[in-house]
Design a protein around this ligand. Structure first.
Ligand SMILES: Cc1cc2nc3c(=O)[nH]c(=O)nc-3n(C[C@H](O)[C@H](O)[C@H](O)COP(=O)(O)OP(=O)(O)OC[C@H]3O[C@@H](n4cnc5c(N)ncnc54)[C@H](O)[C@@H]3O)c2cc1C
Length: 504
């Protein structure tokens, strides 16, 4: 017999398998032999923090593990996938589930080599424009925090994406945690496992290979042209992310349809993790059994959304630039999230109607201008204490995880007024929501957070394609944001391509 039961536990009880089994059995009746966790969340609304769980109890039955996906040896045809981020990797895996060989082309290096390049950038301020926090195997997702929530579950199968992450090495807890998280230290191994599976079944993976343009025959896209001049002929899934500006320019010059897209721009805020724990758990110390706390804030300032974005408990702030002379920051955290600091993007909604120009590149130019104004040699970032920014005082800085260093700067001088004024009012609102705990002398703002989503959309029709043969997918296409939604989008693009070309 199998029975599901909901229980509410203290953090200490929730950390012990024998306590979970005993408490769930007592509530359901009878003495169960084993259990699995179906759902887990933290209820921190009151002083007495509880862990809520849905437990599946097994009475005299073998417990089932998560379903796994099997891949076929390729032999039924081929497709080109440009970009080995989440969208490109999941597109490639989906093709192989159906026996179609992906030719996965990635401008950057393998994820292990990227580790060296990102360390050089963080520690010495030396950027490799083809191998950094955005470009290379795993894409922007590789050194991300690996938070895996998405709002796009209406379309596609987010559960399958999580199961595939587990199949390739992620902890099973991502299947039931209400805030699943893999960690920047675990992601590279998982990505390598995916690549090995793709190659083992006959896929071709090419690193340090730049797609310079698409090959067209009339209205049909029939393949890609590499920077070496080589042409590869097959239908194309274009999953190049939102930082590959050269791809947008090349598409425009070849007559493809693009449009400007709304996005959100702001800063990273960094607090002591202990302060966030105290704010969220209503106690001085989170103790041994609660995880480092996270937060989520959202408000409206004069009809414009201001919200926290991609919060990284126990994490660090990193330079996510892809070019010299442009500064972009982002955040990541390891699996344990045991670092001393917590960071989060605090961003302001930016609409196309805010910009005077209306062409497809208007939003891209706008954010590039901010990135240029924020740049300092060696990728040092403009920064200002949160209280100085709010009170409009002379800027001072404090200790931070951002390795290339910070330059005390009035953020009003580097951010456009529409962003800085909404940011100031939004931060004040978050202060009120947190009974002033968010606004503290120990919080630092670091600018700019500009690549929250793509500033351009590559238009596509119902079948997820533009004309015959081109399937723009993932965050760079402008229809997805975040690891899971990019992975779902890549999966759906592969299904659409197989329907059109291979009758699957
Ligand atoms: C530091 C950081 C932390 C993040 N944290 C999170 C998080 O915790 N959770 C979350 O959901 N999201 C997070 N994100 C965002 C997430 O990583 C992206 O939404 C996601 O990676 C988008 O996937 P994608 O496959 O569409 O594009 P990308 O991941 O950007 O991949 C595109 C790939 O295409 C390659 N490429 C580009 N142009 C070419 C070309 N011409 N030829 C060949 N290859 C090319 C690039 O090198 C890149 O590898 C984070 C991002 C960063 C930078």
């Amino acid at each position: 017999m199998i029975r599901d039961v909901d229980i509410s536990l203290s953090p200490e009880e929730a950390a012990s398998a024998s306590s979970i089994l005993a408490i769930a059995s007592r509530k359901a009746g009878g003495s169960a032999d084993d259990f699995t966790i179906i759902r887990k969340s933290i209820d921190a609304r009151r002083q007495d923090v509880k862990i809520q769980m849905r437990i599946r109890l097994y009475y005299g039955e073998k417990k089932l593990g998560p379903e796994s996906v099997s891949f076929k040896d390729a032999g039924k045809g081929k497709a080109i996938v440009v970009g080995a981020g989440p969208a490109g990797l999941f597109a490639s895996l989906t093709l192989l589930e159906h026996g179609i060989a992906p030719i996965l082309i990635e401008r950057g290096k393998s994820v292990r080599e990227r580790l060296r390049d990102t360390a050089l950038l963080s520690q010495k301020g030396i950027l490799d424009p083809e191998s950094n926090y955005a470009f290379g195997e795993g894409g922007a997702g590789a050194f991300s925090d690996g938070k895996l929530y998405t709002r796009s579950s209406k379309r596609g199968d987010a559960g399958k994406v999580l199961r595939l992450f587990v199949q390739f090495g992620a902890d099973e807890e991502i299947l039931y945690d209400s805030h699943p998280h893999i960690g920047s230290d675990k992601l590279p191994g998982i990505i390598e496992n995916m690549r090995c599976e793709i190659i083992r079944h006959g896929g071709d993976v090419r690193f340090s290979t730049l797609v310079a343009g698409l090959v067209r025959k009339g209205d049909e896209t029939i393949g890609v042209r590499l920077s070496s001049g080589e042409e590869i002929i097959a239908p194309v899934i274009l999953a190049t992310g939102h930082s590959a500006k050269d791809v947008y320019y090349s598409l425009q010059s070849s007559g493809y349809s693009l449009e400007a897209k709304s996005t959100a721009v702001g800063v990273r805020v960094e607090h002591k993790q202990s302060l966030i724990d105290a704010m969220q758990y209503h106690r001085k110390d989170r103790g041994l059994y609660l995880p480092p706390a996270s937060y989520s804030f959202v408000t409206q300032v004069n009809g414009r959304g201001v919200y926290s974005f991609c919060m990284c408990p126990g994490g660090s702030i990193v330079p996510a630039s892809t070019e010299e002379g442009h500064l972009v920051v982002n955040g990541m955290s390891p699996k344990s999230r045991r670092g001393e600091f917590a960071n989060s993007g605090i961003v302001v909604e930016l609409r196309c109607s805010d910009l005077p120009e209306k062409d497809p590149f208007a939003m891209l130019r706008y954010i590039e201008d901010i990135e240029r104004r924020c740049w300092n040699p060696g990728f040092a970032a403009p920064a200002e204490r949160l209280v100085d920014f709010i009170e409009d005082k002379a800027p001072s800085v404090i200790r931070t995880t951002y390795h290339p260093g910070v330059v005390p700067t009035r953020l009003d001088d580097v951010l456009p007024p529409i962003i800085s004024s909404s940011l100031r009012d939004g931060l004040k609102a978050f202060g009120r929501m947190s009974r002033s705990r968010f606004i503290t002398d120990d919080a630092l703002l670091i600018a700019p957070e500009t690549r929250t989503s793509s500033p351009i959309r590559i238009l596509r029709d119902e079948g997820m394609k533009q004309g015959r043969g081109l399937y723009p997918a993932g965050e760079g296409a402008g229809y997805a944001g975040g690891i899971v939604s990019a992975a779902i989008d890549g999966t759906e693009a592969a299904l659409s391509l197989m329907g059109d070309y291979y009758g699957q």
